[in-house]
Design a protein around this ligand. Structure first.
Ligand SMILES: [Zn+2]
Length: 351
């Protein structure tokens, strides 16, 4: 089996799951071990894609892959395959063109989970190429329609729901379409794409369906939304669960991968990956400690905590309060399970 471990510098880029049009950063080409990486064309001040293994290209999201963008992988093998479709359509198209192929040559899109920044342009690519869309069985409903997505988010009826819909209509109109899921992958069952193999590793917590992928083994992992950003883990949906998220990160640490590819960092992480993963895992505790402190100071409801805000460094749009609140609720539920906090009506009590 081909295996070529790439080496890149650690990306120190912070990625918040919020959108901002501000910063563009030039990435030094010298920072790459160039034997297996080829920076090809400049777009958005860095190359839209790099080859991370023979015929496996990382398509980078624009704006440093911050939400609503996310990186994808393009595998140019027997089947022209996309893993996720949430980078800009410009970067996806440029990458396909650079390797001498056309969008209509794409035969399958594998989706890591149902989130809008990951299913992204899959519906429009499917319309053009009639490709398959393959996902975890638990993802199907959330992928197929925006109503299904909303159901998994658990946000219908929230006072900021309409604001969220407005934001989607304005910034991600392409995800309002219906997606035709044509098949499922199974946890641990290798997907063979010519010479390239992807191993789906179901890693719930971020969402129930969230799946990471080993690329030609388990040393190089597409970590998806175990995203190693400074923001830390995100679990702001009905179908998110803290304890499962912790377990999934711990399992990745046990695998001792040499390279981790985040959906929201433009460079793969190879140096100090173990430390980075452990620091990422610690964010749950840091947030819990902050919640305990604030509750003791009198911020003892979800509303009061969300107004600080406690999880997000700032709330750029009202709609993000939905997710701030959800993440706080998930924390209190998790703490309640461990007997260290409880709800007394709306009030949170530390016990
Ligand atoms: Zn996600």
């Amino acid at each position: 089996m081909r295996k070529q471990v790439l080496r890149t510098q650690i990306s120190t880029e912070t990625t918040l799951p919020i959108h901002s049009h501000c910063k563009k950063e030039v990435i030094s080409r010298q920072s790459y071990h160039t034997a297996s990486l080829h920076a090809i064309e400049m777009s958005d001040a860095y190359s839209p894609h790099i080859e991370i293994q023979p015929d496996v290209h990382l398509i980078r999201g624009m704006n440093n892959a911050r939400f609503p963008e996310a990186n994808c992988l393009l595998i140019n093998d027997k089947q022209l395959t996309l893993l996720d479709a949430g980078a800009s359509i410009e970067n996806i198209t440029a990458t396909v063109r650079h390797i001498g192929r056309k969008i209509t040559d794409i035969t399958q899109i594998i989706l890591t989970h149902f989130h809008v920044d990951h299913k992204g342009h899959a519906a429009e690519i499917q319309r053009i190429s009639d490709c398959d869309i393959i996902c975890h069985p638990l993802a199907q409903k959330g992928i197929e329609t925006l109503d299904g997505t909303v159901e998994f988010y658990g946000i219908k009826g929230h006072r900021y729901y309409e604001r969220w819909r407005e934001m989607i209509a304005m910034r991600m109109p392409y995800v309002i379409a219906d997606y035709r899921v044509t098949g499922h992958f199974k946890d641990g069952e290798t997907i063979t794409i010519g010479d390239t193999q992807l191993i789906p590793l179901h890693s719930p917590g971020h969402t129930e369906d969230h799946t990471i992928f080993g690329i030609n083994g388990k040393e190089i992992l597409m970590l998806v939304d175990i995203d190693l950003t400074r923001f830390g883990p995100w679990y702001g949906n009905l179908v998110s669960e803290l304890s499962k998220f912790r377990e999934s990160i711990s399992k990745v640490i046990e695998l001792e991968p040499s390279v981790g590819i985040s959906s929201h960092l433009i460079d793969p992480v190879s140096e100090n990956l173990d430390t980075r993963l452990k620091e990422y895992l610690k964010v749950f505790d840091t947030r819990e400690q902050r919640i305990i402190k604030l509750v003791k100071e009198g911020k003892n409801t979800i509303e009061l905590l969300s107004k600080v805000p406690t999880i997000y460094p700032r709330i750029p749009y009202d709609a993000y309060l939905i997710f701030e609140e959800y993440m706080l609720i998930k924390h209190i539920e998790d703490m309640a399970k461990r007997g260290i906090a409880e709800f007394d009506g709306e009030r949170i009590k530390i016990v």
